[in-house]
Write a protein that binds this ligand. Structure first.
Ligand code: UDP
Length: 134
């Protein structure tokens, strides 16, 4: 059964010209790109997207970071798309992400970790609504 995942290349990834390389990794893995769009996200959308982190000390900086430039938002589809996208992306902290993962290959620190991927099919549906169906 096919599943959809929401993936977003964050402003540092877009600014560094990594969109093509990263999209290519999803395609080579076998995930199909259904939508892909450069967009600027509002602070309000950022706050909703990261609502589960609103009590964390880094929350305002996270909102600053994610709204600091355009992002590349995408929907990928395939078998276990959420789990497969997460394994391509790697752990939250690039310093702990193994080489071969996107964060392991392209990031240095958790504050600028290049890419987001939904952590469950339910969150994927919510994020697709938030970013693509407003
Ligand atoms: N983040 C941060 N500092 C931290 C932990 C997380 O700036 O100590 C940011 C980072 O951009 C991360 C995002 O908050 O990707 C969301 O955190 P979450 O725990 O949901 O990790 P993810 O699902 O992105 O791996």
């Amino acid at each position: 059964m096919s599943e959809k995942a929401f993936v977003m290349i964050k402003p540092d990834g877009v600014q560094r010209g990594l969109v093509g390389e990263i999209v290519s990794r999803f395609e080579k893995k076998g995930l199909r790109l259904l939508r892909g769009e450069i967009m600027e996200i509002s602070r309000e959308t950022a706050r909703v997207h990261y609502g589960h982190l609103q009590d964390k000390p880094f929350f305002e900086e996270l909102v600053d970071y994610i709204t600091s430039g355009p992002v590349f938002a995408m929907i990928v589809e395939g078998k276990e798309a959420v789990a497969n996208a997460r394994s391509l992306i790697g752990p939250t902290n690039p310093a702990e992400a193994p080489p071969g993962t996107i964060r392991g290959d392209f990031g240095l620190a958790v504050e600028e970790n290049v890419i987001h991927g939904s952590d469950s099919p339910e969150h994927a549906r919510r994020e697709i609504r938030l970013f693509f169906e407003k």
